[in-house]
Every structure is written in C-alpha cells, then in structure tokens.
Design a protein around this ligand. Structure first.
Ligand code: HEM
Length: 401
C-alpha cells in the first residue's frame, strides 16, 4: 500500500532513520516554536470564526484547523473547510487506518507467511497496489502545484521549497516516491490526530463542565473578561491549567485504542517469559489511560492531575504519542495545536451538552470525518465575544495564501 516508503509502517532501517531525521528537522521543538506558532495562531482565529458561523459543523472546523497548520508549513498554503484536497487526504487516511487497525482486513499482515504465495495468488495485492497509486497521485498533485509556484516565483517559504532548493535538498537524497510519502506522512500524521483530540476536548467540555469554569476564570484573568483579545501561545507560562488540560485531553479517551503494534527485532525475555524476534507487541490504551492507581477517578476529565513537575513535557504522563524510539515526532506541534484550540474555544464559547443528545464518551466514533460525531450546544459567550471573533476572523480570512 505504501511501496515500502511510508515511514510509520517501516521497520527500523537506514531508510527509516533518514526519513525520521528529515522529519525531525521540520518538527523539532525549535521549529515548533518558530515555524508553527504563527500558523497555529492564525488558524485558531479562523477556528473560532468557523464555530461562530457554523457551530453544527464543529468537527469540520477542527479538521480544517489541524490540516491547515501542517499544510501551511509543508506546502505553504492554507486549507479551506470545503477543500477538495483535504477531503481526499482524509478519505485516504481513513482507508489506511482501517487496514492498519483491522487485523482481518489485511490477512497478509496477520499471517505474514501468506506473502510467500506466488504474486498471482496474492489476492490482496491488486487492492494494495491501486491504493499506492492513488496515494502517489494525490500527493503528486499537491507537489506539482508547489513546483509550479516555485517556477513562477510565487511559492511561500515552506518545507516543500526547502526540500527542492534549500538545506534539506543538500542534506537528504530522496527518490520521487519517497518524497511523496514524506509529504503524505506529515499531512496524514499531522491532521487527523489533532482533529480527533480537539473534538474529544469538546465532548469533555460538555460532559465535565467543572474544569471549563475554572479554565475560563483563569483565561479571563490573562486575556480580559470582556473579550479584549484571544489567548495566544505566548501566554503558556501564565496558563499552566490550559497546558494541563491539553495533556488530560490526550489521556482521557485514547483514540489510538489498539496502541500501535511493533515487532521485536531480536529475541527478548520479560519476567521469565521468552519472546522470539518477530513477536508483535502493542499497548492496551484504555486499560492504561483509565487505570485508577495512576489516575484516580479516571473517567473524569480533570486537568489537575497533570499540574506536576512534568507539566511542560508533552510526552510525560500519558501514552497517546506512543513510546520508545518510534515515539511521535510531532508531539510538540500536536500539543500546541490542542493547547491553542482549548484556550480559544473556552475563551469564546459556552459549550454545553444537549439534553436530548447525551454524549456517550466511551462509544463515540471520534474518527468520523464527514460529519460531527456527536451533537453539542455551542454559543458565543457575549456580544463582545462575537465582535472579537468577527474581528479576528476577518484577519484570518484575509490571510489567503
Ligand atoms: C495530538 C496529536 C498527535 C498524536 C496523538 C499522535 C500520535 C502518534 C502515535 C501514537 C504515533 C506512533 C508511535 C509508535 O509507533 O509507537 C505517532 C507517530 C508519528 N507522528 Fe504523531 N501524533 C500527533 C501529532 C502529530 C503531528 C502534528 C505530526 C507531524 C506533523 C506527527 C508526526 C508523526 C510521525 C512522523 C510519526 C512516525 C514516527 C515513526 O514511525 O518513527 N504527529 N504519532
């Protein structure tokens, strides 16, 4: 399905190391602070505007926000709510996720010996190859548009340009297919994950309102109780409670429910049990996240549990970014996406549960990407907040690139 070029599915190898190094060069903490924050703040302005204009479609707004941040950094262009490329990317990720997380859909992954059948008998191969071709075409379209902009001098500085002409070009040699899959990985890993987390936060606001009241009081102290300005990522030092809420968002209802399986590369032993190389391991995300010993009253959304010495390390205290050497490369970017979304949404809106449509937070399909996975009431807090949202929304809409 990926021609061996999609990093998240690669075994540890020189190719994986090269791609990981390349992606680290764009996602590391310094880049997260310098390149991403301006995009996150701009997109958060449109996020609140989209909520004001079309609250029923909050999950599309979350989707656009998350995708536009990474799209801006990678391809130097923003995404629209009804962006056909964005929809195509999400459709494609959906198919990939189904294959990755449904063991029976891809029998050859569950029973690897099937791969020794002659190619003509590998019944899954034509479907996989067709998916591979579609993925290449999808990202080639975006890449070609960027190349055209480079040619006519209208490309904005972005990772794609750097890969064509800048430092990244000199440092990394990639085949055409690998390049497309580096773009694919960044856009896929960067869009869906943050969108799911922000959608979950909305459910947490509606079902556990106590933390929202507290967060809002603190936000009002920092940004003004009369809609003076939107919160910004430069307020992080003064808003530890929002940082704790972003971490709690990642613990509360893990959306990577099966964990991400990995194979042992060598024989291993644990507590007297022997495991041969090739054994598959994963983690039980719900059992870990809802474990009462580590998280007292685990069903409740409670940022307080993260107000500790590890507050500012997005990787500590939950498993949502994975662990070990395959740990998520975009954790700081993802964490900041969630941070700014929580801060702006709580500052601008009253988000409450609709008594006719209670939210079942244990059985919601968070990944639904064509419509909102649950109903919730979203109302601006006051006329002053509406005015603020319209003002910042106009700024965001005018920043068209
Ligand atoms: C809330 C946001 C996010 C969550 C919950 C998340 C979660 C994860 C998880 C569970 C993994 C797999 C870890 C493993 O294999 O053990 C992963 C890998 C990865 N993530 Fe994220 N992620 C998020 C945001 C992002 C963003 C914004 C980007 C980049 C734009 C990104 C890029 C990557 C990449 C490149 C990998 C592959 C690492 C590898 O295979 O070596 N992620 N992420």
């Amino acid at each position: 399905m990926s021609g061996g070029a999609r990093m998240v599915l690669m075994p540890v190898s020189d190719r994986w190391r090269d791609q990981r190094k390349l992606m680290h060069s764009i996602l590391n903490n310094q880049q997260a602070e310098t390149k991403f924050i301006a995009c996150q703040e701009l997109e958060s302005k449109q996020l609140v505007y989209d909520y004001l204009i079309d609250p029923g479609n909050f999950s599309l707004a979350n989707q656009r926000f998350s995708n536009s941040v990474i799209m801006s950094v990678v391809f130097g262009r923003r995404a629209a709510v009804d962006d056909p490329e964005l929809k195509a990317i999400l459709d494609s990720v959906n198919v990939l996720n189904e294959y990755m997380f449904s063991p029976l859909l891809n029998m050859c992954d569950t029973f690897p010996w099937l791969a020794s059948l002659p190619k003509s008998l590998q019944w899954w191969r034509p479907g996989g190859e067709a998916y591979f071709k579609r993925t290449c075409a999808l990202y080639k379209g975006e890449y070609d548009r960027l190349l055209k902009k480079i040619e006519n001098g209208t490309a904005r500085p972005c990772f794609g340009v750097d890969l064509e002409q800048g430092a990244a070009l000199k440092e990394f040699t990639l085949s055409e297919t690998e390049k497309l899959f580096v773009f694919a990985t960044l856009l896929e890993a960067g869009s869906d994950t943050s969108r799911n987390a922000i959608t979950q936060v909305l459910a947490a606001m509606a079902t556990y309102p106590a933390w929202v009241t507290k967060a809002r009081a603190i936000l009002d102290e920092v940004c003004g109780a009369d809609a003076e300005r939107l919160p910004s990522l430069s307020d992080r030092d003064r808003l530890p409670y929002i940082t704790a809420a972003a971490k709690e968002a990642l613990r509360w209802r893990p959306f990577v429910q099966t964990g991400v399986p990995h194979l042992l590369t060598q024989d291993d032993e644990y507590e007297g049990y022997r495991f041969p190389a090739g054994t598959q391991f994963t983690w039980n995300a719900y059992a870990i996240a809802l474990n009462e010993e580590d998280y007292p009253d685990p069903m409740t959304f409670s940022p307080e549990r993260f107000l500790d010495g590890d507050l500012n390390n997005p990787l500590k205290g939950h498993w949502q970014f994975g662990t070990g050497r395959r740990v998520c490369l975009g954790s700081t970017v993802g964490h900041n996406n969630i941070w700014i979304a929580i801060a702006c949404l709580i500052y601008c809106f009253d988000i409450t549960e609709d008594p006719d449509h209670p939210i079942d937070t244990l059985n919601t399909n968070w990944g639904a990407h064509t419509k909102a996975p649950f109903k919730v009431n979203i109302k601006p807090r006051s006329q002053a907040h509406v005015d603020l949202i319209r003002r910042v929304g106009a700024e965001a809409l005018n920043a068209d690139y």
